[in-house]
Design a protein around this ligand. Structure first.
Ligand code: FAD
Length: 473
């Protein structure tokens, strides 16, 4: 007779492993089922985020940024770094080592917290049972009072550009190039496309990004998005908006991409093509026929605000349910669900989830854009501050970008914060906390910030809401 658990989590990505650890910390008997096979042929934890997402992409972004700094910016500071070169294979080996350390670390956290790690493919076979098929094909059925599905997502493929070994790849393939492609095409100017395009552009690729939409980063405040587009263009990213890919052909080591834009049919030839057109929920095989967990029209598991499915005792979290596909959103949902299962009151504020694009400079935002607010009929006042006027930004050689705060015109409550600038991803936490605590722009304006810091731009943007920025004429 297999063990019985208070909660079984299917999937050990940032949603699932966090849910399992929290449940165990709260005294529940918890297990987490995972099937991801790592590079060394064993089951690894961490899901998309640790294996082929957040962490490896940031390892490459950091290495490629340091390379650009050493090659082009050090001289300005009086540093003679000599002839700077990049060893792509070594950069990749470092990335793999970081991934291995982190994924291995989760197994340690499971042990330390008393979570039972089960290797294999999990399937909900009833509201209270999970069947696991192990690597040898043997099945075991476990009873659980509660089940959390955290099965994640996979990249979307599109018919005009079927993946072709080594030539047309998805984001996972783009993290494995062993040399810098000369001509690189990226389909999709979203977060992942811009990050991966930046990595390879910094290392010398001529990068063209083909984006079907006419607008650039429509989820970001227009002023910040425009500034970002200009900065990325200056770095050499050729971002073609309104370019709809219609087909592709491979010819030896090249790929020819056909697309249409305002001028009609076009084509371009690349040495590698990355398809980054979004991700879709991965729910295949997770729910047995006959179990009536509902999916929505796009294949996401249908859940309420507290991640309950329509089947009592079955929850779903992270990329396989509605909401932004972000690791921290998945983790917070994991914590909420574990708390609910343990009998606590818990909820999540979906209005204060931060977003970051780890380009250089970074783009980060939380809450509404000025355009969102106006479209909702909310009267707003805004304050902006450019990093060009920040002493710390000058010292850092990072004067590009600006910070913008959007506040309710009547109540002064902060509705959104949008930043493009060095360390924007760290600075945005101020906006998140301010909004979480229901702060006004004046609350930030009356707060004492350390000098000299990049964060002073947020302070000045808050002062600018009333037209009182100090360091701006
Ligand atoms: P996942 O991380 O996808 O984990 C799901 C897990 O479930 C997987 O391990 C899978 O093997 C397992 N699983 C699925 N079905 C079964 C089954 N039947 N049995 C057992 N196990 C199963 N997000 C950020 O917040 N910041 C970033 O900087 C960022 N960068 C990214 C960069 C890239 C290139 C990509 C691709 C994604 C990035 N993301 C980023 C998104 C982030 O990775 C996801 O939002 C996050 O991983 C979702 O977590 P999850 O737990 O819902 O799912």
């Amino acid at each position: 007779m297999a063990d019985k658990f208070d909660v079984i989590v299917i999937g050990a990505g940032p949603g699932g492993y966090v849910a399992a650890i929290r449940a165990a910390q709260l005294g529940l008997k918890a297990a987490c089922v995972e099937k991801w096979i790592g590079k060394e042929g064993n089951v690894v934890h961490g899901g998309t985020c640790l294996n082929v997402g957040c962490i490896p992409s940031k390892a490459l972004l950091e290495a490629s940024h340091k390379y650009v700094e050493a090659k082009h910016d050090f001289d300005d500071m009086g540093i003679n770094a000599g002839d700077v070169t990049m060893d792509v294979k070594k950069m990749m080996a470092r990335k793999d080592k970081i991934v291995k350390n982190l994924t291995g670390g989760i197994s340690g956290l499971f042990k330390a917290n008393g979570v039972t790690a089960i290797e294999g493919t999990g399937k909900v076979v009833s509201g209270k049972q999970v069947e696991v098929t192990d690597l040898d094909g043997n099945t075991t059925t476990y009873d659980a009072d509660n089940i959390v599905i955290a099965a994640g997502s996979v990249p979307v493929e599109i018919p005009p550009t079927p993946l072709t070994e080594g030539l047309i790849v998805d984001s996972t393939g783009a993290l494995e190039f062993q040399e810098t492609p000369k001509r690189l095409g990226v389909i999709g100017a979203g977060v992942i496309g811009l990050e991966l395009g930046s990595v390879w552009s910094r290392l010398g690729s001529e990068v063209t990004v083909l984006e079907a939409m006419d607008s650039f980063l429509p989820m970001v405040d227009t002023a910040i998005a425009k500034e970002t587009q200009k900065l990325l263009k200056k770095q050499g990213l050729d971002i073609k908006l309104g370019a709809r890919v219609t087909g592709s052909e491979t010819n030896g080591d090249e790929v020819i991409v056909k697309y249409t834009d305002a001028n009609g049919e076009q084509e371009m030839t690349f040495d590698k093509l990355i398809v980054c057109v979004g991700r879709r929920p991965y729910t295949k095989g997770v729910i047995a026929d006959g179990v009536s967990v509902e999916l929505d029209e796009r294949g996401f598991i249908f859940v309420d605000d507290q991640c309950r499915t329509n089947v009592p005792g079955v929850y779903a979290i992270g990329d396989c349910v509605r909401g932004p596909m972000l690791a921290h959103k998945a983790s917070e949902e994991g914590i909420m669900v574990a708390d609910i299962i343990a009998g606590h009151k818990a909820e999540m504020n979906y209005d204060t989830i931060p977003n970051v694009i780890y380009t250089f400079p970074e783009v980060a935002w939380v809450g509404m854009t000025e355009q969102d607010a106006k479209a909702k009929g909310i009267e707003v006042k805004t304050g902006s501050f450019p990093f060009a006027a920040s002493g710390r930004a000058m010292a850092n050689n990072a004067t590009e970008g600006s910070a913008k705060i959007i506040a309710d015109a009547e109540t002064d409550r902060i509705l959104g914060m949008h930043i493009v600038g060095q360390h924007a991803g760290e600075m945005i936490a101020q906006g998140v906390i301010a909004m979480e605590f229901g702060s006004s722009a004046e609350d930030l304006a009356l707060t004492c910030y350390a000098h000299p810091t990049m964060s002073e731009a947020v302070h000045e943007a808050a002062l600018a809401v009333e037209g009182h920025a100090i360091h701006m004429a």
